[in-house]
Ligand binder design. Sequence first.
Ligand SMILES: Cc1cc2nc3c(=O)[nH]c(=O)nc-3n(C[C@H](O)[C@H](O)[C@H](O)COP(=O)(O)OP(=O)(O)OC[C@H]3O[C@@H](n4cnc5c(N)ncnc54)[C@H](O)[C@@H]3O)c2cc1C
Ligand code: HEM
Length: 408
Amino acid sequence: MPFDPAVIRASFAVVERRADHLVTYFYAHLFAHNPGFRPLFPAELSEQRDRLFAALTQIVLRLESAEQLTAYLGALGRDHRKFQAAPEHYPAVGASLIAAVRHFSGHSWTPEIEKAWTEAYTVISQVMLEAARSVPVEAPAWWEAEVTSRHRSAPDVVRLTLRPDRPYPFLSGQYLSLCSPRRPRVWRPYSIANAPRGDGTLELHIRRVPDGLLSTVLVNDLVPGERLLIGPPVGDAVLDPHSPRPLLAVAGGTGWAQIRSLVEQRAAWAGPAPPARATVFLAARDDADQYDLDTVRELVAGHAWLEVVLAAPADGADREEAIRLLHDGLSRHGPGRYGGWAGHDIRLSGPPDLAPGIARLLLGLGAEPGLIRHDPVPPTFNRTRPLTSSDWFLDQRNVPWINRTDLG
Ligand SMILES: Cc1cc2nc3c(=O)[nH]c(=O)nc-3n(C[C@H](O)[C@H](O)[C@H](O)COP(=O)(O)OP(=O)(O)OC[C@H]3O[C@@H](n4cnc5c(N)ncnc54)[C@H](O)[C@@H]3O)c2cc1C
Ligand code: HEM
């Protein structure tokens, strides 16, 4: 590794508390020096909505585990073709990243730190660009897909069926990014909720997030017949269909989409013996929020190897109660009946804080780290070191919860 990760971590610790200002400065610098870049980005850019800058800084900080990041960065580079990001854009983005960190570092900034950031950014952009270059020219950067049906399945959740305009090869467990002409250039990731189908259609489960740019439009306004753009399939929380290991899947809210796709893949199993056992924990904020139960019942009725445990507290309980139920269920159900979660393939899907918390719990219940997988948790800035106590008081943020219905 050409740079010292400790230098970057120490440097970022100095500026992280000013994350909001850093993001503003980064985009102001980028667009002032490169006015031609503005049309590539969504109209609404803010610290809450920023995705690029948050991801960039988090990737730089995690570069020590470069091998693990290579696959992710490669997919990101290929996926960036949908943003129309070209090789000549990369140095400009790097320059604005470094300008922003330098600006807020004050006297602590040194040539050694600048060198470390520059080298780290160079490594990242090389991997992304190399991957983007390796995509055959004829491969689409995005697909057009027609919305063929839209069902409201819970107060804040719709299930959409899309028909892509060209074949859309994907693996069960992957996700795609989606953009509506109603919200130009706003792309958001959503899990594909089905295993590949003969008719090529895709199902997505979308929850309306309070004030969310894209999800509110998809849940409130979208009508069948409309066309959406979808990026290439991404994500490696897939499952070997021939795995002899039992599966434990934990889903919170619309995290069910990804798990359903994996269960459907197992149900389509055509081997001589039945597939290995699958246990699915399905957590919702409350009863009204447990959606797609008809499909759950149908899958359970048709497949003896499948067990689904629903975890939803009484209406009006807070989300902590849902998490407590899930923890209780996983603790009592596993060890008591099967001798712990050792030897299980484990897939976790749901709101950003679900996977890391459940993974920690399961590791204490016998699960093997190498068998646990989930999609990347969206980057956020670490707000645990506020500038002053009044900052802390004024600036607390809730952890997002896809199931959060009381704000809708
Ligand atoms: C790998 C992956 C797969 C995903 N799969 C699904 C899926 O299958 N179904 C689904 O509905 N969503 C899924 N999401 C979340 C989805 O990508 C969007 O983040 C979500 O729809 C909000 O987008 P928005 O444009 O409406 O909100 P934004 O405009 O981006 O955000 C508005 C505000 O809400 C906050 N916020 C963002 N996300 C959430 C959240 N989930 N809960 C509460 N507050 C939030 C933001 O911090 C911001 O303050 C997935 C995310 C990832 C990373
Ligand atoms: C090494 C460099 C880069 C990294 C690590 C990076 C990373 C990311 C990530 C993780 C996202 C969010 C992905 C998503 O929501 O689908 C993103 C969004 C985006 N990136 Fe990049 N990116 C890089 C360089 C670039 C460049 C050079 C451009 C071109 C100008 C670019 C343009 C965009 C755009 C337009 C978005 C959408 C922004 C938004 O929705 O707010 N990125 N980037």
